[in-house]
Structures are given as structure tokens and as C-alpha cells.
Design a protein around this ligand. Structure first.
Ligand code: FES
Ligand code: FES
Length: 153
């Protein structure tokens, strides 16, 4: 049976009536047209679908939308302020830390969550925090540089 879920997405309240087990990723992409969050594996193994829920990183492909009820969700589209990119987005650009770009939104969301808790992580702490996020283009050295750079701001 469908349920009605109210969630705040990038600062705007949204009400959705749908199956409670429907993945949050599906709702973001299909109902709210926020296609910056990517579908990779669909089973919690690649990090492409990473978003923040009340500031904590979650894998939206394995998060039932009912769990997001009354929560605040931030997607990659919610990071920039007007024309100003978020410092982590700026750092990824400055370091050229993307090739095809498919993993990039998830990488950036994970880095944002990390740096909010630990603004100056060591390389080991970055590697541990990011280890759910897979880059098929093997861009890890530049991604590490980007997170380091953002951590220094
Ligand atoms: S699509 Fe969610 S972890 Fe891969
Ligand atoms: S830049 Fe292509 S998957 Fe990471």
C-alpha cells in the first residue's frame, strides 16, 4: 500500500505518495527530476547514488523512501549557492578530478559529509571515508588531491 512521505530536498519541502520501499534514488530521479544523483549498481556497492540525509551520507539506491520521511535531503544540485560552487565542487574542478564524471556527484557528496565532520582529514581518513565510492575511470589520485585541497579551505 502506498504511503505519503514529506521530505525537504535541497531546502524545498516535497510530498510524495508512493510505495514505502521504493528507493529514495528512484524518487529523486524520476519524481523530482534531480538526475545529478546517479544509478550505478543499485545494491549499495558503488556510491554513485550518495546523498546526504540530515547531514549523514546515505546510499539512496538502498534507502527506502519511507526512511526519508520528515528528513532533510541534500543532493549534488543543492550544494552550490547561486553561481558559487561549493568548495568541494571547486576543488574537484581545480584538480581535474573527473573523467567521465559518472562517479563525481557521489564522490563529492561523500567528501562533503567527511569534511563537515573532519575538516582536515589525513590521506588515510579520506581513503577510509571514500572507500564505498568506486571510480570506473580509476581517477583516485586526482580525487584524493581534490578532497585534500577542499580540506585545506
Ligand atoms: S547505485 Fe547506489 S551504491 Fe551503487
Ligand atoms: S570519472 Fe568516470 S567513473 Fe569516476
Amino acid at each position: 500500500m502506498d504511503v505519503t512521505v514529506t521530505l525537504t530536498v535541497n531546502g524545498t519541502k516535497k510530498t510524495i505518495t508512493t510505495h514505502p520501499e521504493r528507493p529514495l534514488l528512484d524518487v529523486l530521479r524520476e519524481e523530482l527530476h534531480l538526475t545529478g544523483t546517479k544509478y550505478g549498481c543499485g545494491e549499495g556497492r558503488c556510491g554513485a547514488c550518495t546523498v546526504l540525509m540530515d547531514g549523514e551520507r546515505v546510499l539512496s539506491c538502498v534507502t527506502p523512501v519511507a526512511q526519508a520521511d520528515k528528513k532533510s535531503i541534500t543532493t549534488i544540485e543543492g550544494l552550490a549557492e547561486g553561481d558559487s560552487l561549493h568548495p568541494v565542487q571547486q576543488a574537484f574542478l581545480a584538480e581535474g578530478a573527473m573523467q567521465c564524471g559518472y562517479c563525481t556527484p557521489g564522490m563529492i557528496m561523500t567528501a562533503v559529509a567527511l569534511l563537515e565532520k573532519n575538516p582536515t582529514p589525513t590521506d588515510d581518513e579520506i581513503a577510509t571515508a571514500m572507500n564505498v565510492n568506486i571510480c570506473r575511470c580509476n581517477g583516485y589520485p586526482k580525487i584524493l588531491n581534490a578532497v585534500r585541497r577542499a580540506g585545506k579551505k
